[in-house]
Design a binder for this molecule. Sequence first.
Ligand SMILES: NC(=O)c1ccc[n+]([C@@H]2O[C@H](COP(=O)([O-])OP(=O)(O)OC[C@H]3O[C@@H](n4cnc5c(N)ncnc54)[C@H](O)[C@@H]3O)[C@@H](O)[C@H]2O)c1
Length: 333
Amino acid sequence: MKPLRAGVIGLGVGEQHILGYRAAGVEVVALCDMNPDKRAEASRKYPECRIVESAEALLDAADVDVVSVASYDHHHAAQVVRAISGGKHVFSEKPLCMNEDELGAIRDALKRNPGVRLSTNTILRMSERFRDVHGRVRAGELGRLYCVEADYNYGRLHKIQAGWRGEIVDYSVMLGGGIHMVDLLIWMVGSAVIEVSAVGNKVCSVGAAFQTPDMVMAWLRFDDGTIGKVGANFGCVYPHFHKIALYGTEGTFENGIGGGVLIRSRDPQDTPQSIQSAYPGAAKGDLIPGFIDAILGKGKAAVEEADVFRTMSACLAIDKSLRTGKPEVVATY
Ligand SMILES: NC(=O)c1ccc[n+]([C@@H]2O[C@H](COP(=O)([O-])OP(=O)(O)OC[C@H]3O[C@@H](n4cnc5c(N)ncnc54)[C@H](O)[C@@H]3O)[C@@H](O)[C@H]2O)c1
């Protein structure tokens, strides 16, 4: 197989994808941003790359085999479908898309192009601390998980009061951030979410154009009987943080602001075991080398197509439940 060549659309977090491709030994041949200032900056910083004005031009380029979609959330779906339809592998920023119709269109594009690989940047699967805990869960150290909780404490209120996030009329905090926690819980439990029920409010985001809640909380029912709770808390007075609690029959793990702890006793005199592995301990491009290995048939991506669809589908069901005010069954793709 000839060496893969990559292109990146969107040079915010997309710049970190460049590092991921380089770490995988993949040449980044083209970069795109719709902002002319960003393009000028990119030509100075990356003289070896072709700087492209439109996403469509990059998506249609014959010398690009893998595309990173790191544009605004509501631009992802059209770019992902165009890339897949052109036979290009796609590493998309989260969320993959904004609604069920778009998710169906992406699934159909993949069915028509079965050789194409897709992954998304739910990066917490690369966090050293969460990998440590995942290993312990799989080894049975917590016994059988029966209840899991996670909060995405965004702590960056300014990013939704102004800027592109604030301007998307139907902006979803679950798709915009809570998705990281949904993906993490599905990975930890090792089972799909099958039913959800959500509530939300909009108290903190004064000044934002979007009409949807900035605080969403959802109950989750997993296929294996585990239950859970996930929060997307975009207005909190809190530093950016991923708070989790995993309750098992033999132990409990908590990731709190003071650190990670593993609790194996009901005795208040016993000291919990401190989990010191690095948190977050991952860079935004760290999933890319594994994804490239999967394309080359040399390994398994940390976030496979089935993972992408399971997580997206659960988040979309949460948003649906917010609209209907009723529990919603999670669609399967
Ligand atoms: N995985 C993560 O942890 C993580 C972290 C931050 C952002 N994100 C996601 O990455 C994406 C980008 O967010 P960001 O924080 O980098 O935003 P940003 O505003 O910092 O950068 C986005 C860049 O993309 C460009 N852009 C947007 N739409 C484009 C299009 N259609 N064609 C060409 N260029 C386009 C903009 O001009 C801008 O320079 C979003 O989907 C966001 O949700 C993911």
